[in-house]
Write a protein that binds this ligand. Structure first.
Ligand code: C5P
Length: 294
């Protein structure tokens, strides 16, 4: 069995004050991209789950979200799981969470567990805030800690151009800084915008509305990231935002021509820029339907 495990970006991310249990209530519009890890699962006669990865920076012990997702399904038979990592680690693109959701969906099928999405959702939420989103995708509003997921139409812009600074951000550290700076605006998460209107906006208009409340703490922890963002905005004459807790930066393009124009204008050495389809329609487990990047 081969599974596609897509990356996400947070187009919009509002964060409320730290709640009991240490987590922050969120309001976020998340979209998948056609930037995907690939997970291969082979059933084995043993009762052991063996996990390997092509990237040595991915932990392969039981802290790995793929192994935790498999364990949460109480396996009665074994499997070899191999992860081919293409999504940057520590980039705010939800790679580990996506891997966990794909594993839940894949093993549910392989082991004939017949769990419904409603039954898988609490298992996903216990694994991490972004995991429930990936059970749904490709364009959804996430609330609570991330466990309340409402699919909405895909945004009008067809491409996200990603800028990958060679920096890894720690999500807990960014949230701690957010608390320290006392930034939360309680109201924003309880007053969602008119999403139906937002999904119809072209790139330039939509970008003006988008906010990521984790940008100030991330930029405070890493001023270099703020400088990069400014440099890119100057070069491409378009708004650039950060995804999740960073470090990946992005802007939006209406179509392939627009994406090509932006890429042609990006001249910063040492930063990799690439365009990806935003909220692509492909089904998990069918890599034939997807093409990476443009
Ligand atoms: O759930 P996830 O593993 O992505 O969260 C990583 C860390 O980020 C949490 O342990 C917590 O410190 C912080 N976090 C938070 N509020 C959220 C999501 C994450 O404080 N809504």
């Amino acid at each position: 069995m081969q599974l596609l495990s897509p990356a996400k970006i947070n187009l919009h991310l509002r964060v409320g004050p730290r709640a009991e249990g240490g987590f922050h209530p969120l309001l976020s519009w998340m979209c998948t991209l056609n930037l995907c890890d690939i997970i291969r699962i082979t059933p084995t006669p043993s009762d052991h789950i063996r996990f390997t990865c092509n990237n040595p920076n991915v932990p392969t012990d039981k802290s790995n979200l793929i192994l935790r997702a498999a364990a949460a399904l109480h396996p009665k038979s074994g499997a070899d799981i191999h992860l081919e990592k293409k999504i940057p680690i520590g980039g705010g693109m939800g790679g580990g969470s996506s891997n966990a959701a794909a594993t839940l969906l894949g093993l549910n099928q392989l082991w004939n567990l017949n769990l419904t999405l409603d039954e898988l959702s609490p298992i996903a939420a216990a694994l991490g805030s972004d995991v429930p989103f990936f059970l749904h995708g490709p364009s959804s509003i996430c609330q609570g800690r991330g466990e309340r997921v409402t699919p909405i139409p895909a945004p009008q812009p067809k491409f996200a151009i990603l800028f990958f600074p060679d920096l890894s951000m720690s999500t807990p550290a960014v949230y701690r800084k957010f608390d320290e700076l006392n930034l939360s605006s309680d109201q924003a998460i309880y007053h969602p915008p008119d999403w139906a209107e937002w999904t119809k906006l072209p790139a330039a208009d939509l970008l003006k509305n988008l906010i990521n409340d984790l940008e100030p703490p991330a930029f405070s922890l890493c001023p270099q990231l703020a400088e990069l963002r400014e440099q890119i905005e100057d070069q491409i004459s378009q708004i650039v935002r950060m995804s999740g807790s960073g470090s990946t930066l992005f802007t939006l393009a209406d179509d392939q021509r627009h994406a090509d124009q932006i890429l042609a204008r990006t001249k910063i050495a040492l930063i990799r820029a690439q365009a990806f389809q935003l909220a692509p329609q492909f089904s998990l487990g069918n890599p034939g339907e997807f093409k990476a990047g443009i």
